[in-house]
Design a protein around this ligand. Structure first.
Ligand SMILES: Nc1ncnc2c1ncn2[C@@H]1O[C@H](COP(=O)(O)OP(=O)(O)OP(=O)(O)O)[C@@H](O)[C@H]1O
Length: 312
C-alpha cells in the first residue's frame, strides 16, 4: 500500500535543514503518527483513572455515532438525492433495481394467476364432460357452458331470484331434465341455442326459465319477449306454464288470440311476454298497433328473446 505523504514532508519539500536538530518541531507537524518522543512525565500521562476512561469511551462512542450518521446520510443521498454528481446515477440505479424486483414479483403473481385460471378452466371442462356423459347430452359449438347439476345452481351460479326456485319446487320439479340442464346454462350465458329433445322432455321450461330470469316486469306498451309456437294449443299451454312459473312477480304474459290480433290495443297493454303463433303475430304487426316501424325505434332493443317452439 502506498503511504500518504505527510503534511510535514509537503511543507518542507525542497528545503534543507537539520532534521535531527529540529526533530521536535517536525514531530509537531506530523498528523496521525505520534512523535517518538519520550513519554511525558506530566500528570496527563499517568495511567487513566475511571473518570478519564469514561470520558474516552463516550468520545469513542460519539465518534462511532457520527461515522454511522455519515454512512446513513451517504446512503440516503445515494438512494434519494437525484441532484448531485454520481449520486444521481447511484439513486437511479437503486430505484431501477427496486422497480425491477417489483416488476418480477408482479409478473410472477400474474403467471401463477394465469396457471390457476387455466387449471380451473380445465377442471370445469372435465366436470362438464362427465355431466354430459351421465345425462346423454350431445353438444356442438365453441366453449359451451357446463350443464346445471341442480336447480340450486341457478342461485349460486346465476344469482336467480328465489321466487323462481320456490315456484319450481311448488310445481314439483326436483331436478332439471337433460335438455334443461344444458339449454338453461347456455341461454343464461347470453349464447344462442338450437336444441332438440324428445316430446315431453321439458323443453318449454328450458327456455321459459332463462327468459324470466333475464327480463324484468315492465310498463305498458313494452313487449320484451316473444314466444312463437307452431299451434294454438301449444301457445295456450306455454302461456299457462309461463304464468305458473312467473307467479309472485307482476309479469304481463299474453296469449295472442284471434281477437287480440284483430282488435288488440298493444300500446296500452301491459305485455312483457307475448305468446303467439306466427300467423297471428304477423297479422297483429300488419293490422294493429303492434307496428314494426314503431317497434324498430323502441322495441328492437327490448325484445330480448325470440323463442321458436316447434313440436318436431
Ligand atoms: N324438471 C322437471 N321435472 C319434472 N317435470 C317436468 C320438468 N320440466 C318439465 N316438466 C313437466 O313435463 C311435462 C312436459 O314438459 P314440456 O311440455 O315442457 O315438454 P316438451 O319437451 O316441451 O314437450 P313437447 O315437445 O311436446 O312440446 C310438463 O307437464 C312439465 O310440467
Amino acid at each position: 500500500m502506498e503511504e500518504k505523504p505527510s503534511l510535514s514532508s509537503a511543507l518542507f519539500a525542497g528545503t534543507r535543514f537539520d532534521r535531527k536538530r529540529f526533530a521536535g518541531d517536525i514531530a509537531r507537524f506530523r498528523t496521525g503518527a505520534q512523535p517518538a518522543a519520550p513519554a511525558p512525565t506530566t500528570p496527563d500521562a499517568a495511567p487513566p483513572g475511571p473518570e478519564k476512561k469514561r470520558k474516552r469511551k463516550s468520545k469513542a462512542n460519539a465518534k462511532k455515532n457520527s461515522k454511522k450518521k455519515k454512512k446513513r446520510a451517504d446512503g440516503a443521498a445515494s438512494a434519494s438525492d437525484a441532484v448531485e454528481g454520481f449520486s444521481v446515477f447511484k439513486g437511479a440505479e437503486a430505484k431501477e433495481a427496486a422497480e425491477e424486483s417489483v416488476e418480477v414479483e408482479v409478473r410472477e403473481d400474474e403467471d401463477s394467476a394465469v396457471v390457476r385460471r387455466r387449471k380451473e378452466a380445465e377442471r370445469e371442462i372435465e366436470r362438464a364432460a362427465i355431466l354430459r356423459k351421465r345425462y346423454d347430452i350431445h353438444i356442438s359449438g365453441h366453449n359451451v357452458p357446463a350443464p346445471l347439476e341442480s336447480f340450486e345452481e341457478l342461485v349460486s351460479r346465476y344469482d336467480c331470484d328465489s321466487y323462481l326456485v320456490g315456484n319450481l319446487s311448488k310445481l314439483g320439479f326436483q331436478e332439471p331434465t337433460p335438455i334443461q340442464r344444458q339449454a338453461i346454462s347456455i341461454l343464461l350465458s347470453g349464447r344462442e341455442c338450437f336444441a332438440c329433445a324428445p316430446t315431453g322432455s321439458g323443453k318449454t321450461l328450458a327456455f321459459l326459465l332463462p327468459m324470466l330470469m333475464k327480463i324484468k316486469p315492465g310498463s305498458k306498451g313494452c313487449v320484451k319477449a316473444v314466444i312463437l309456437c307452431p299451434t294454438r294449443e301449444l301457445a295456450a299451454q306455454t302461456t299457462r306454464e309461463c304464468k305458473k312459473l312467473a307467479k309472485g312477480r307482476k309479469f304481463g304474459v299474453k296469449l295472442m288470440t284471434k281477437d287480440l290480433s284483430q282488435d288488440g290495443n298493444f300500446k296500452d297493454m301491459h305485455c312483457d311476454i307475448l305468446v303467439s303463433t306466427p300467423l297471428r303475430l304477423d297479422h297483429a304487426i300488419r293490422k294493429r298497433d303492434l307496428d314494426l316501424r314503431w317497434s324498430t325505434l323502441c322495441w328492437m332493443n327490448l325484445i330480448n328473446f325470440l323463442s321458436l317452439d316447434s313440436s318436431k
